[in-house]
Design a protein around this ligand. Structure first.
Ligand SMILES: [Zn+2]
Length: 227
C-alpha cells in the first residue's frame, strides 16, 4: 500500500533508526492485521497519518473528533519543516564563498534566532546562536551562517551537539583560521515538565582553531557576544 500522505525520508529514517520492526503489532488496525494473513502488519503498510492517529488514541484522545481530523496531516507537514535539516548538508548552504584576501579580522553574526527539538523528549528548545569565524582568504554571506544554524537545528538534537556541529561543519567547509559558536537556549522539556524551571537558560560554546589557541580572539568573541 502506498502512503497517502508521504512524510518523506525523515520519518522513514526515524522509524528505521528507532528499531521499529515490521513485526510490530498495531492493535488499532485490526483490518490490516487480518488482511495480510500473518497477524503482523509490516510497518510500511501503515502510513504516517495512521501512526499519529494511534499516538492520539494512546494519550486518551479520539482521533476522529472534529478538531483532530486534520491533525495528523498538519503534524506531518510541520515535521517536514522542523526536521528538514536531515535533507541538507553544510556545503549546500555555504556553496557561495567570496575571496577576501585582505580581511582577517573576526566575522560575527550575533543573536541568530533558532528553533530545535530535543531528542530526549521531542519537545522544542529555542534561543539564540552566536557564530563567529576568522577568515582565511574566504568569507561567506552572513545570512548563510544563519542558514547553517538551521541545517543542524532542524533535526532531533541536544544543545551540546548542535553547538559542536555548527562549529565543526563551518570549519570543515569554509576552512577559516578558527570558529566560535555560543548558544543560549531554553528547553521546553525543562519548563513544562520534570523540574519545571521556567527561567533556566542553558549556555553552550564550542571553540575551534584560533579561538581555542588564541586568548585574544577568544576574549574578543566573548566580549562581543555579551554586549
Ligand atoms: Zn528534553
Amino acid at each position: 500500500m502506498k502512503n497517502n500522505i508521504d512524510a518523506g525520508p525523515v520519518l522513514e529514517e526515524a522509524i528505521t533508526r528507532n528499531g521499529w520492526k515490521p513485526a510490530t503489532r498495531f492493535a488499532a488496525f485490526p483490518d490490516k492485521i487480518s488482511r495480510n494473513g500473518h497477524g503482523t502488519p509490516p510497518l510500511d503498510h501503515v502510513d504516517s497519518a495512521q501512526l499519529i492517529r494511534e499516538l492520539l488514541r494512546r494519550i486518551g484522545e479520539d482521533p476522529d473528533r472534529e478538531g483532530l481530523k486534520q491533525t495528523p496531516a498538519r503534524i506531518i507537514r510541520s515535521w517536514e519543516e522542523l526536521f528538514g535539516g536531515y535533507r541538507q548538508r553544510a556545503e549546500d548552504v555555504l556553496v557561495t564563498q567570496f575571496h577576501a584576501e585582505q580581511y582577517d579580522e573576526m566575522v560575527l553574526l550575533r543573536d541568530i534566532e533558532f528553533y530545535s527539538t530535543c531528542e530526549h523528549h521531542m519537545l522544542p528548545f529555542s534561543g539564540k546562536a552566536h557564530v563567529a569565524y576568522i577568515p582565511e582568504k574566504k568569507i561567506v554571506g552572513l545570512s548563510k551562517l544563519a542558514r547553517l544554524v538551521d541545517v543542524f537545528a532542524r533535526r532531533l538534537q541536544v544543545q551540546e551537539r548542535l553547538t559542536q556541529q555548527i562549529a565543526s561543519e563551518l570549519q570543515r567547509v569554509l576552512k577559516p583560521k578558527g570558529v566560535a559558536v555560543m548558544i543560549e537556549a531554553s528547553h521546553q522539556c525543562m519548563s513544562c515538565r520534570g523540574v519545571r524551571k521556567q527561567s533556566g537558560k542553558t549556555i553552550t560554546s564550542c571553540l575551534v582553531g584560533a579561538f581555542k589557541h588564541n586568548l585574544a580572539s577568544r576574549t574578543e568573541f566573548l566580549a562581543l557576544v555579551k554586549n
